[in-house]
Design a protein around this ligand. Structure first.
Ligand code: PEP
Ligand code: MN
Length: 340
């Protein structure tokens, strides 16, 4: 970190800062300028508290030099991480292939889920989404089928070879969900549930980590760091839109996060244009834009009969629309040297 002293800070203030830097196990390098003094703290200071230095007398500000996350950062690992999703269709996030995960917001019943699984596979998906445990804003809304839903998802995988991606909401569900699913989704509302992050970090299935509704990119990567630091490096980041003052869409989908994540991290990042916009008519164009800017995958809500969907029908596209979209996505992927 770099400690910038106030103009007119005394020698005593500077000595105090130097002493504190040494107490942290770091070395100091004092640069005396004509206007003010700057003290560089040398060594890995990621675990050290910058606030303890910032509060010292005569200190104007403290600037970190290293990213606070380590194992999620590109400083530590240059090669892109490729996360295989499971199933038998070669689904993976982070390689040349852009992965397509599609399916209903929630598993509603066996017949509908099996039907849509075959349809999304036909359209070109290699993974199936569908919530069995649903985080709903209202306690009176459909909460998902629970373990029954997981059984149906596993049956769909057996029939189609699609990898199964489904949400785990609580620490005590991790074992159960990992028994049936190929990829464990940690939802936006749980991005800072640190006990859950540790629990999915302690098991060996890949984790799809959604960005919190109001989380900064740094907080998002620190959440990924929790999972990796427990010994599970298979983390896929998912941008699903953030809450802003805007009202024409359910969330605001900041696609600039894709190239930014690729610049500062080695982890794959995929886009959820369904939660990201809240409107089916906006989904295809956001998918095209996501592929154009380098997204490693898409997770799309797809329903046979969106009007009667139990959850998120307004943002679900039909399997037919997904098939048409795929044709366009293939052209865009080729233009940016990817495949889908
Ligand atoms: C979902 O994928 O249906 C979902 C609930 O997502 P999020 O956690 O991003 O809101
Ligand atoms: Mn949904």
């Amino acid at each position: 970190m770099i400690v910038v002293m106030e103009q007119g800070a005394s020698q005593q203030d500077i000595d105090h800062v130097v002493k504190s830097i040494r107490e942290l196990g770091l070395r100091e390098h004092v640069i005396t300028g004509t206007e003010r003094t700057v003290v560089a703290a040398i060594g890995d200071d990621r675990a050290k508290s910058k606030e303890n230095i910032e509060m010292l007398p005569g200190v104007e500000k403290v600037m970190p030099v290293l990213a606070p996350y380590k194992m999620a950062s590109r400083e530590v690992k240059k090669d892109r991480t490729i996360v295989p999703l499971g199933g038998t269709l070669g689904a993976a996030a982070g390689g040349k292939q852009v992965c397509l995960i599609a399916g209903p917001c929630s598993v509603e019943n066996r017949t509908a889920l099996l039907e849509v699984a075959h349809q999304v596979k036909e359209a070109g998906a290699t993974a199936l989404r569908g919530g069995a445990f649903k985080p709903r804003t209202s306690p009176y809304a459909f909460q998902g089928l629970g373990e029954k839903g997981l059984e149906i998802l596993a049956e769909a995988r057996d029939q189609t070879g699609l990898a199964v991606v489904t949400e785990v909401m609580a620490v005590d569900q991790v074992e159960l969900v990992a028994k049936y699913a190929d990829v464990l989704q940690v939802g936006a509302r749980n991005m800072q549930n640190y006990n859950l992050l540790c629990a999915v970090g302690d098991q060996r299935k890949p984790v799809l980590l959604k960005r919190g509704l109001s989380a900064t990119l740094e907080e998002f990567l620190l959440a990924a760091e929790y999972i990796i630091s427990r010994g599970n490096p298979q983390v896929i980041l998912c941008e699903r839109g953030i809450r802003t003052f805007e009202t024409y869409c359910r969330n605001t989908l900041p696609l600039a996060i894709v190239p930014e994540v690729h610049r500062i991290s080695h982890l794959p990042i995929i886009i959820d244009p369904s939660q990201g916009t809240g409107h089916a008519h906006l989904v295809p164009d956001m998918c095209k834009a996501a592929v154009a800017c380098g997204a490693d995958g898409l997770i799309i809500e797809c329903h046979d009969d969106p009007e009667h969907a139990l959850t998120d029908g307004a943002q679900s596209i039909t399997p037919k629309a997904l098939g048409n979209l795929m044709k366009q996505l293939r052209k865009i992927a080729a233009a940016v040297d990817r495949e889908i």
